[in-house]
Design a protein around this ligand. Sequence first.
Ligand code: IFM
Length: 458
Amino acid sequence: MSDKFPTGVLWGAATAAYQIEGAARTDGRGPSIWDVFCDTPGKTVGGENGEVACDHYHRWREDIDLMRRLNLQCYRFSISWPRVMPTGRGAINQRGLDFYDRLVDGLCAAGIAPMITLYHWDLPAALQMEEGGWEHDDSPHWFADYAELIFNRYSDRVARWITLNEPWCSVDGGYFHGAHAPGVRDRALGYRVGHNLMRAHAQAVSRYRASKHSRGMISFALNTAWFFPETNSPADIAAAERALLNFGGWFADPAHFGDYPAVMRERLGDMLPRFSDEDTRLLRRSMDYISLNYYTSDVVRYKHGAGLMDAEICTPPEVQRTEMGWPVYPDGYYNLMMWLHTRYGLPLMVTENGAAMPDKPDRTGYVDDQDRIAYLQSHFDAARRATRDGVDLREYYVWTLMDNLEWSVGYEKRFGLVHCDRRTLKRTIKASGHWYADFIAGACEKTRRLASPAGAMR
Ligand code: IFM
């Protein structure tokens, strides 16, 4: 059997605005909730923030050059909402829009297909402070207006779209345990925020589909783990299924079926808000593809009273973990891809997959990260197996292009294919970057370089 991926799968890398751009006060950008959060003492490791980050805002040409050296065929980045609309509504910042024009044009000229994420967690601070951000039931309209601005500006050259990155993280980090901006701890409010995020996704998709250049594909980035039952007992198997529905199903089900999984409705009762008929209409079939951000899996067992789902995490301590402490489970990845395929029947784009490892740069900045290569290799193998078993994989984006701000844990957790020196910001391709470049060259023997990045969708 061939060890190659199907012809036509595209290979890329992903980033997010706040994690790499820097230039937080440049050219009229407004503050985001992450600027405010990082400025609050004790919120991030070492008080780190995104003021400079990788200075991609000024070094984007060099970064496109790096992408070429990595043989990337596609690149996922996010637009900073407060860079283009400093207070989130009304006034538009042309200089912010011009930056993304330059980036998109540079990518297209390099033969690299751009994929845009509209929202990767950096809500304009004014919306949070004045209106409560995503807690406000009008927030989906603000987002849809912003989305329409971006579609009108770039969709002549961009065909790949993601509305929201990982709404689960916005709720879990931002509202359940408060380790992410805006740093709230209130479960009921968290479910409302998740609800408004999905309403925002649906409204943005509807605007996209009504727009004149809507020939591309749009979805939202779903992050979820896979859950292995500890034993084959029906109780453990049912607990694992509930855990999965309460994680991936929480957001993917509304975006495909128009409502939350039944088990969430049963167990959360009134804490889970209701969608209006109009919301449901817009939500149904609002994903053109599954955008999967996968890192890890866990083992669970049935335990009465363990969370709302009676499911207790019991991953063995001896399982290999990344620097984030996340268990490494390529088989879970395979199972998850198969489950998504069966449940939703949509094409798949892996929009994030990668690992933080204990990188040790040498004096030149070079990192011999064989552990990251092993992680990627095993996960590529799982994905290849899934394609043989029916999954329609279209594109694959490694997280991440270069070491960057890992949110509240600062710059010490490194996921990059490229090392970025914190002091000099010098970029050095790691062993994993060279390995990936060779992999792409080999995996894509039959895939021609993209002639037209904007239109290149199967
Ligand atoms: O760095 C993040 C990214 O912003 C969203 N997905 C997970 C990555 C690693 O934690």
